[in-house]
Design a binder for this molecule. Structure first.
Ligand SMILES: *Cc1c(COP(=O)(O)O)cnc(C)c1O
Length: 478
């Protein structure tokens, strides 16, 4: 093509392509649309249902232009009003969190400015923010300065990073895999077994350690299992403790497990995805020993109430992490002189990534730490309050919880499991407050998990009223 033709064609294309660079009047209008929508959404949370059993539809991409207000309406109907309303304080199922508003602003700014946060050379500022969040986490969990860490999309990816380091440090590969033993609690989160499979350790030997009445790892049983394995010529490799299990919120005896891990030169990993931030509360002593871990994972999208998509991992042995993740390539040579530990890309499988450090950094800086701590302390009390109310109603309860998750069932005279299942169905059909269920000690139980920052005493009262009326229905239908 000659230059004139190219210029002509470029001019034609630009008339269309420039529309992607939204101009100021339209930007302001769009921001107003979105701001109005988010205000409406947030103001409506008090009266909105926590759960709607409805399927989404008509969200396919047409390739045609559609006005933003129309799309926001569609979003409200097909996304915000289907399934679990995770921004609601009435989400008391699984592990909630909520999503503080200032994190949304951080995401907006991160997206507009779009810094390349994974490489220090490309954005020293953004990489520093990511690293300062990691530094803050190190101080919260009393990890040494020499430890390293990064922000990930969540607990599952954090676990992958930690286990990769464990595997490489202990050289668990090839024919050694089937001789190495991993010790897990029966209440371990399923992302743990999944991570082992993904990193090629499907064939390690897994021992499930029995739990005590409070669902915590029995350390004498752990040691017995290890001794048996050592006698059989096997290699104890990794022990995973949980600081706040998903089902019951139990914190394993971390100090004792740390000692055992040290005695048998095993990698000690702590899954603090849900419970980790309760270390900043009156429950601090439950976390004694966490600082002895070789690696821990924590989920700011749970215990710091941030929107989904931010987890964190801390690892003591930087060489092990770099072994799995550090890589230099010719096209990266301009950045190669920068110290490698300053670049998140060397600590994580991700290269180009969301600048998620800002959505942790900004809320912590804008609000200060106190409201986060008060919120966590409040959740601990709310679970107690909930349990007291349930006892008054004649429910049976799981053991006194370590943190903010507990479970209950109604002691019907016959068909207890079946009727508690019906009760769960009634609660889901009602949907004003969302609860989830589990099987614990072979019993069907209903769980309460209080962690959303918007969950207050009034929410718990509403939940109790709902449970009461649902129980009445189950009894009437009998
Ligand atoms: C949520 C959770 C995970 C998994 O984390 P994701 O962020 O969902 O990937 C792992 N362990 C525990 C204890 C959890 O609560």
């Amino acid at each position: 093509m000659n230059t004139d033709d190219i210029l002509f064609k470029l001019n034609e294309l630009n008339k269309i392509s420039q529309k992607l660079d939204t101009q100021e009047p339209e930007r302001l209008e769009m921001l107003k649309n979105v701001s109005d929508y988010s205000n409406q959404f947030i103001e409506g949370l008090d009266t909105a249902k926590a759960f709607t059993e409805k399927k989404a539809s008509s969200l396919e991409i047409t390739g045609q232009k559609t006005p933003l207000p129309h799309l926001l309406d569609l979003y409200q109907k097909e996304v915000a009003e289907t399934g679990i309303n995770a921004a609601s304080g009435k989400h008391l199922g699984y592990i909630p969190g909520g999503g503080v508003f200032t994190a949304a602003l951080a995401d907006y700014i991160a997206a507009v400015t779009n810094p390349y946060a994974s490489v220090y050379y490309a954005s020293p500022g953004a990489a520093t923010i990511e690293n300062e969040v990691v530094n803050w986490l190190k101080s919260v969990f009393s990890f040494p300065d020499s430890s390293i860490g990064c922000l990930s999309s969540g607990g599952s990816i954090s676990t992958l990073i930690a286990f990769n380091a464990a595997r490489d440090k202990h050289k668990v590969k090839n024919e050694f895999i089937t001789k190495n033993v991993v010790y897990l609690s029966e209440q371990v989160h399923h992302s743990t077994q999944k991570a082992l499979r993904i990193i090629g350790l499907e064939d390690v030997i897994i021992r499930y350690v029995p739990l005590d009445a409070n669902h915590k790892i029995k350390t004498d049983s752990l040691e017995e299992l290890i001794e048996e394995d050592v006698s059989a010529g096997l290699q104890p490799f990794l022990v995973v403790a949980t600081a706040g299990t998903t089902d019951t919120g139990a914190v394993d005896p971390l100090n004792e497990i740390a000692e055992i891990a040290k005695k048998y030169t095993m990698w000690f990993h702590v899954d603090a995805a849900y419970g980790g931030f309760f270390i900043m509360t009156s429950k601090k002593e439950l976390f004694d020993g966490i600082e002895e871990a070789d690696s821990i994972i924590i989920d700011p999208h749970k215990g710091l109430f941030l929107p989904y998509g931010v987890g964190a991992v801390l690892v003591k042995d930087s060489d092990a992490v770099l072994h799995s993740n550090y890589y230099s390539a010719n096209y990266m040579q301009d950045g190669a002189n920068e110290e490698m530990l300053k670049s998140p890309a060397n600590i994580s499988p991700e290269l180009t990534k969301h600048f998620r450090g800002l959505r942790v950094w900004l809320p912590l800086q804008v609000h200060g730490i106190e409201p986060f701590k008060a919120c966590l302390e409040e959740k601990l009390l709310l679970v107690n309050y909930f349990r007291n109310k349930l006892t008054e109603l004649g429910f049976s309860l799981g053991p006194e919880p370590d943190l903010s998750v507990s479970y209950f069932w109604y002691p019907f005279e016959f068909d207890t499991d079946k009727k508690n299942r019906q009760l769960m169905q009634e609660i889901h059909a009602d949907g004003s407050v969302f609860l989830s269920s589990s099987i614990i000690n072979e019993r069907f139980v209903i769980r309460i998990a209080i962690l959303a920052f918007r969950t207050k005493k009034e929410t718990v009262d509403e939940a109790i009223e709902m449970i009461k009326s649902c129980l009445k229905k189950v009894i009437q239908n009998d």
